[in-house]
Design a protein around this ligand. Structure first.
Ligand SMILES: Cc1ncc(C[n+]2csc(CCOP(=O)(O)OP(=O)(O)O)c2C)c(N)n1
Ligand SMILES: [Mg+2]
Length: 319
């Protein structure tokens, strides 16, 4: 199925604006949680998530806000989460993207220890296969995550089991302050995946059509018994690792090069090529702005968690 470019643009714009709202909350001293921005990753999170069916699951990472939104987590809940309010997905127990999940939406909360979401997604896919369910698991990991032992173990198991899982590697050139050439002896992540027995493709991670097309093929293949695929999506982390990081270590020229490949500018150019009127785009932008304003008001008006609920969801400890 061909990507609906207008819909993709809307999700990508919403992703960027929610991300900007989270950034502003922190910069104005209101956000209470860690703040990991995803600027530059809009195509990588939205494109693959748009390929999934309702019963599929995602296990996103910290720069995949678009996947949360596409799966149905509203900006209202995401911003309430960032303010630590009871109406957020963790009920105020956490206030950043770590642990931000909702199994009713098929979102496995992001696991902070990298790349632990990967074996969990592989395990979910193995369970779907074992139970004969027509479901696919999708997860995201970074270039840094891809040099861990767990990456190799997870891919090996996924390949052995022919598990219906799609693994998107967000190669954003850095793991914290370490550039890929300093953490990977062989920076060809797709080649490393293939060496482990998993089909792998490289895509331009700032081109939502390319990412979507590769993901669509991978999801169809997984659903039809064809097993796992790794999609290595090339992009750039356009801000610091987290908001406290001034990323002075990134050469300015590199950021300028990638700024010219901005995924939202790219999709806008495609929309113009396709003859979509500017008025229609302006309307989408205005709707997104209204949605963000509503979400912020909702988040600020939401209650703090009730201290009496502090042990809810705690499964171990003194009886
Ligand atoms: C096991 C483990 N070690 C260290 C960290 C701290 N940490 C969080 S993100 C990160 C860098 C991850 O880089 P990458 O996988 O490339 O993802 P990116 O942040 O670039 O999207 C590190 C070292 C962690 N979360 N888990
Ligand atoms: Mg990285």
């Amino acid at each position: 199925m061909k990507l609906d470019l207008v819909a993709a643009y809307r999700w990508m714009r919403l992703t960027r604006e929610v991300d900007e709202a989270i950034r502003t909350l922190w910069l104005t001293g209101q956000g209470v949680g860690g703040t990991f921005n995803q600027r530059g990753h809009e195509a990588i999170s939205v494109g693959p998530a748009l390929c999934l069916d309702e019963d599929d699951v995602v296990a996103p990472m910290h720069r995949d806000l678009g996947a949360y939104l596409v799966r149905g987590m509203t900006p209202h809940r995401l911003l309430a989460h960032q303010l630590g309010r009871a109406t957020g997905p963790s009920g105020g127990r956490d206030a950043n993207i770590h642990g931000c999940g909702d199994l009713d939406l098929g979102i496995i909360g992001f696991i902070s220890h990298l790349p632990q979401s990967l074996p969990v997604a592989v395990g979910a896919a193995m369970a779907f296969k074992l139970r004969g369910e027509d479901r696919v698991a999708m997860t995201w990991t970074g270039d840094g995550g891809a040099v861990t032992g767990l990456f190799a173990e997870s891919l090996n198991l996924a390949a052995l089991d022919n598990a219906p899982v799609v693994i998107v590697v967000e190669n954003n050139q850095y793991a914290y302050s370490t550039p890929i050439e300093q953490h990977s002896a062989n920076p060809d992540i797709a080649a490393r995946a293939r060496a482990l027995g998993v089909r792998a493709v490289d895509v331009d991670g700032n081109d939502v059509e390319a990412v979507h097309h590769a993901s669509r093929k991978a999801v169809n293949r997984a659903r039809n018994g064809g097993g796992p695929t790794v999609i290595v999506a090339e992009t750039m982390r356009m801000l610091g690792h987290a908001i406290h990081d001034g990323f002075e270590y990134v050469p300015q020229g590199l950021l300028e090069t990638w700024e010219r490949r901005d995924p939202i500018d790219r999709v806008l150019a495609r929309l113009h090529d396709e003859g979509v009127e500017q008025q229609r785009i302006d309307r989408i932008d205005a709707d997104v702005a209204t949605e963000i304003a509503d979400a912020l008001a909702f988040a600020h008006d939401s209650p703090w968690p009730d201290p009496a609920t502090v042990t809810d969801g705690v499964w171990a400890g003194d009886a």
